[in-house]
Design a protein around this ligand. Structure first.
Ligand code: NDP
Length: 294
């Protein structure tokens, strides 16, 4: 069997075009452009690239974006003050605080301070709580990207066993909550594994859909999957020679799986597309064009 390639790059381009048209309609209706404020603290090169790509993606669909690039020695109080100022600014619809923050700043304090209706990453306690309650407002972008990728490739989720490798608050845990919901593109039976899970391969071999989000290069080998499984590789790892690889041994696993995402070009572009989706949604909610979730 040769797995079907789940091309996230091409799908993300389609979704971005759909969003561009919706942004245009939003502008015709309100005279405003959805606006994203990105906050970057310090000089982490990967973070700088991520923020640059996200801002460029916003501008390509007709949104406005602002970069607040603060020095690495910025205090927690100064960052909180900036977040509050952005919370109060009516042209800012979405606020993105690029993680990781420098160690002297408590990430949770900053994420808690972002106004819930501008929390387009969905990392604040209110939005995570809503997701857990099955009434999401903003779903974190990578989990949402995984769900949309599966839906738009007509891969059924309901009733299937999804095994997720990784329990982080930005990927594994919210994805588990999302796929566990009652309703369309969900209703999965979900198992979440982590570094303390025993006999991991026995878990992964049960997966109809296996999602790897661990940050361990080529960890998932061919003998760890069930023939015909769908494989979603969230991992992005740079090898010493500069090559980017996922958490899955792609070449070997593609011979056994029924479908698999590439790295790069799989989940990564979907994450950026979902950031645009959430920013547009934030603008629509704030303009009263969508009814706010109860
Ligand atoms: P974290 O480091 O926050 O979490 C990694 C998770 O994997 C943890 O739950 C950890 O367990 C688990 N884990 C690590 N090693 C093992 C192991 N050997 N066996 C079992 N479980 C293990 O990472 P993130 O969730 O932030 O990111 C995961 C990967 O996804 C990274 O490669 C990251 O670059 C990538 N990523 C990709 C995105 C995209 O858009 N494509 C977006 C976000 C992340 P424990 O909790 O016990 O430590």
């Amino acid at each position: 069997m040769t797995a079907r390639l789940l091309d996230g790059k091409r799908l993300a381009e389609q979704i971005r075009e759909e969003i561009r048209q919706q942004v245009e309609r939003f502008y015709q209706t309100t005279g405003q452009r959805p606006g994203l404020a990105a906050v970057l603290v310090g000089d982490n090169p990967a973070s700088q690239i991520y923020v640059r790509n996200k801002r460029r993606a916003c501008e390509q669909v007709g949104m406005v974006s602002w970069l607040h690039h603060l020095p690495g020695e910025t205090t927690e109080a100064q960052l909180l003050a900036l977040v509050r100022q952005l919370n109060d600014d009516p042209v800012v619809h979405g606020i993105l605080v690029q993680l990781p923050l420098p160690r002297h700043i408590r990430e949770e304090k900053i994420l808690e301070a972002v106004a819930p209706n501008k929390d387009i990453d969905g990392f604040g306690p209110e939005n995570l709580g809503r997701l857990a309650a099955g009434r999401p407002r903003f779903v974190p972008c990578t989990p949402l990207g995984v769900q949309v990728l599966l839906r738009r490739h007509d891969i059924a989720i309901a009733g299937r066993h999804v095994v997720i490798l990784g329990r982080s608050t930005i990927v594994g845990k919210p994805l588990a909550l999302l796929l566990l919901h009652k309703g369309p593109d969900a209703d999965a039976t979900v198992t979440v594994c982590h570094s303390r899970t025993q006999n991991l391969a026995a878990m992964t071999r049960q997966a109809d859909i296996l999602v790897a989000a661990m940050g361990q290069p080529r960890f998932v080998r061919a003998d760890m999957i069930k023939p015909g499984a769908v494989i979603v590789d969230v991992g992005i790892n740079r090898l010493p020679d500069g090559t980017l690889v996922g958490d899955v041994d792609h070449a070997a696993v593609a011979g056994i799986a029924s479908a698999i995402t590439p790295v790069p070009g799989g989940v990564g572009p979907m994450t950026v597309a979902m950031l645009l989706h959430n920013t547009l949604r934030a603008a629509q909610l704030q303009a009263g064009l969508l009814s706010a979730p109860e």
